[in-house]
Design a binder for this molecule. Structure first.
Ligand code: NDP
Ligand code: NDP
Length: 353
């Protein structure tokens, strides 16, 4: 049995729309099929667990994506920081490293997006997660090539717009998340039930999730699965610089802040670069001055080159709970194990009154 969980079938009452994936005995020939059929995300992607590793610029190359997919989740290559030939190389290496489904995250602000799309189609990548742009632009084209499309949003309005654009699923990401973020500061706790109530396609929750308990909470709020980013930065397979990984595990609760809303809102670790941004706000810097201070390539400097002073260090609030660098497969296993323990507990007395 996976992770020593007792062989049993857990049923969840009143959850007909978003069934949890179920615990079934090993040795059962239909094990994978049953797991997949019981959940709208596992059946959509053909994966074992409704656990998706977020595409993160400079942090999620082919090694991380392949490790997560091999562990039964869905790994995503973050293409926003990759020149076209780099993405091509990462997709090829990912295909060599796993025969499981994987995805590419495509921020629609990306300057050479058409080249990335051609590369994705050429290599028959099965799934694309689009973000930071209008899902109408590329969804039909990608789907006409048999690619499943998921769009990342930070509000109910954009979730419905993505559904209208024909995407297969939506990631709704709350204010707790690292990196680029919505302007309205809607937390995952509020966003997921709002979106779940209105959306008919599968819903993936993101922002502030890094544990099995967090995963169960998000699914109790109405999500069919979760997308987790920050937790996977602190893995050997992440392409983040060691300095950044170390900083992520040392960052306490309160160590990140959403800033630069006038440009593109982004959640960062409060390092000296962040302090410079804060000082600029205190002297009432104009938008142009903020843009000049940000300059170009700060994210690469911080997350890929390990410059902890001058670089942007993008991570979510959940970094307060991340204390160890460990292999991505272990992270997946621990989250699923804790999810199942918490699900068992949920059916015990603590939740009955
Ligand atoms: P490999 O181990 O095959 O290659 C690592 C490469 O990364 C080496 O060529 C090395 O260059 C380069 N590299 C290492 N550290 C840095 C750094 N701080 N700044 C700039 N370059 C660095 O790894 P992969 O197969 O994972 O990577 C293949 C390609 O994809 C590489 O070109 C890599 O830079 C790039 N990449 C891009 C990512 C992104 O988000 N844009 C994420 C991960 C990788 P050298 O040893 O010559 O100094
Ligand atoms: P900048 O404009 O500051 O820098 C661009 C960076 O992207 C450079 O480091 C550059 O690498 C790299 N790059 C890769 N491909 C290209 C290309 N075709 N043309 C120009 N630069 C390229 O942007 P950011 O670093 O802030 O953001 C980069 C991208 O990542 C954007 O598309 C943005 O939308 C996305 N993003 C997504 C986030 C998320 O959470 N999903 C978070 C933050 C950014 P080099 O220095 O080697 O030239």
């Amino acid at each position: 049995m996976y992770f020593g969980v007792q062989a049993m079938l857990l049923s969840v009452h009143g959850k007909d729309k978003n069934n949890y994936f179920r615990v079934v005995p090993t040795g059962n020939e239909n094990y994978h099929l049953k797991m997949q059929q019981n959940n709208r995300i596992t059946s959509l992607f053909g994966i074992d667990f409704p656990l998706i590793q977020a595409g993160m610029i400079w942090c999620s190359g082919w090694q991380l994506a392949a490790a997560v997919s091999n562990a039964g989740g869905l790994g995503i290559i973050g293409s926003g920081s990759m020149y076209p030939e780099v993405l091509d190389e990462h997709i090829q290496k990912c295909k060599q490293a796993t025969n499981k489904p994987f995805a590419v995250n495509l921020p629609m602000l990306y300057p050479n997006i058409e080249e990335h799309i051609q590369t994705i189609i050429k290599h028959q990548v099965p799934i694309v997660f689009t973000s930071a742009g209008n899902p109408k632009t590329w969804t039909a084209h990608l789907k006409s090539h048999g690619i499943k499309v998921v769009h990342v949003v930070s509000s109910l309005k954009f979730a419905l717009k993505a559904q209208d654009a024909g995407v297969d699923a939506v990631v709704a990401e709350g204010f707790e998340a690292g990196g680029h973020n919505g302007r309205d500061e809607t937390t995952t706790m509020c966003l997921i039930p709002l979106v779940a109530k209105e959306l008919s396609i599968p819903l993936i929750a993101a922002g502030g999730i890094g544990t099995g308990r967090g995963m169960l909470a998000a699914m109790n709020l109405g999500a069919d699965g979760v997308q987790i980013g920050s937790r996977f930065i602190a893995t050997p397979e992440s392409s983040a610089h060691e300095n950044f990984k170390q900083t992520v595990i040392e960052t306490p609760e309160g160590g990140t802040q959403l800033t630069l809303k006038e440009l593109t809102p982004v959640r960062l670790i409060k390092n000296p670069f962040y302090n410079e941004v804060e000082s600029a706000y205190q002297r009432c810097a104009t938008q142009e001055e903020l843009q000049a201070l940000l300059g170009r390539g700060r994210a690469k400097k911080g997350m890929f080159e390990g410059d902890l002073i001058n670089g942007e260090l993008e991570v979510g609030q959940i970094s307060g709970l991340i204390t160890e660098i460990k292999p991505a497969a272990e992270v997946v296993q621990e989250i699923i194990h804790e999810f199942r323990e918490a699900l068992n507990e949920q059916q015990q007395s603590k939740f009955q009154f």
